[in-house]
Ligand binder design. Structure first.
Ligand SMILES: Nc1nc2c(c(=O)[nH]1)N[C@H]1C(S)=C(S)[C@@H](COP(=O)(O)O)O[C@H]1N2
Ligand SMILES: [Mo]
Length: 273
């Protein structure tokens, strides 16, 4: 045994009068040992990583790294005066893509639908589509972006969420008139949920108050299609498509980040553009 060990360590000892063959052989063996060592370290790190507690899709250490990113970038450089470029209607896509149908099951009863808005515990409003349509209408034609890598210019119509908030005096932490310009008396977040509660998103309030964030009931100047989120969906230029929840059932306000479907499945919470 000792002999083998001695022979092994001899590799690292430079021969006294080496010939070129000996030198090459020695270098080759040493490189091979380093390489094997690197593989062992890589394997150990990987097996440590995959044995970390999992929160659905994102592994915890990766999730921690994303949290740091969020702290650095999420909302921090947010500017409500920054508007996404708008397009002429003629630029809108001919074939409108449909992506994602979570929370859009056939069991939905359109006749009994009205938008449920939880102002505070025990203070809930039900607002009909007709009432929402009475508010000033805003139309935008913009480049809708999905995190999966596609984008398309599409045309939407509805009411600015900030107009909606002001009209119904929602989202305030006290009885003061909602301050949609400075958000000073507003909750920090809005939660939006499908009627069956299968899909849900959390939105920071500055993004909700952005002038290009709409409660949308029209696409291409016509009533929303069923699969585009009829009767009411969110459309926002400041976030990736995942946040533009289709078929809103309930809206609520909170100072803690509301549950978010794709966040729970490993994506960044804010997904800002
Ligand atoms: N209720 C609900 N809303 C949703 C989704 C979903 O699966 N369910 N998918 C989201 C995603 S990932 C995208 S890209 C957009 C797609 O909107 P579109 O179908 O109108 O193109 O809807 C978002 N809103
Ligand atoms: Mo998406």
């Amino acid at each position: 045994m000792k002999k083998i060990f001695n022979k092994f360590f001899l590799i690292f000892k430079k021969p006294v009068n080496p010939d070129i063959d000996q030198l090459i052989k020695r270098r080759t063996i040493i490189s091979f040992l380093y390489f094997s060592f690197a593989i062992v370290i890589a394997f150990l790190s990987w097996s440590w990583l995959i044995h970390q507690p999992e929160s659905k899709a994102a592994l915890k250490p990766l999730r921690e790294a994303m949290k740091v990113n969020e702290k650095l970038f999420g909302g921090l450089f947010y500017d409500n005066n920054h508007l996404a470029p708008l397009f002429d209607k003629s630029k809108r896509a001919k074939e409108i893509r449909v992506n994602g149908d979570i929370g859009m099951g056939d069991d939905f009863d359109e006749d009994s639908w009205s938008l449920k808005v939880v102002r505070a515990p025990g203070d809930t409003l039900f607002i009909s589509l007709d009432d929402i349509k009475k508010l000033p209408k805003t139309e935008i034609v913009f480049d809708f972006k999905c995190v999966e890598g596609w984008d398309q210019v599409s045309h939407w119509g509805g009411v600015k969420f900030s107009d909606f908030i002001e009209k119904y005096n929602l989202g305030t932490t006290d009885k003061l008139k909602a301050d949609t310009k400075n958000f000073s008396n507003l909750y920090l977040y809005t939660g939006l949920v499908t009627p069956d509660e299968e899909y849900y998103v959390g939105m920071d309030m500055p993004s909700m108050m952005h002038p290009q964030t709409l409660l949308c009931y029209e696409m291409n100047g016509e009533e929303l299609d069923w699969e585009q989120g009829y009767p009411l969906r969110l459309i926002t230029t400041v976030k990736y498509g995942v946040k533009s929840i289709k078929r809103i059932g309930t809206i609520f306000f909170s100072n803690d980040p509301p549950p978010d479907y794709w966040y729970e499945n490993g994506y960044d919470y804010y997904l800002g553009l």
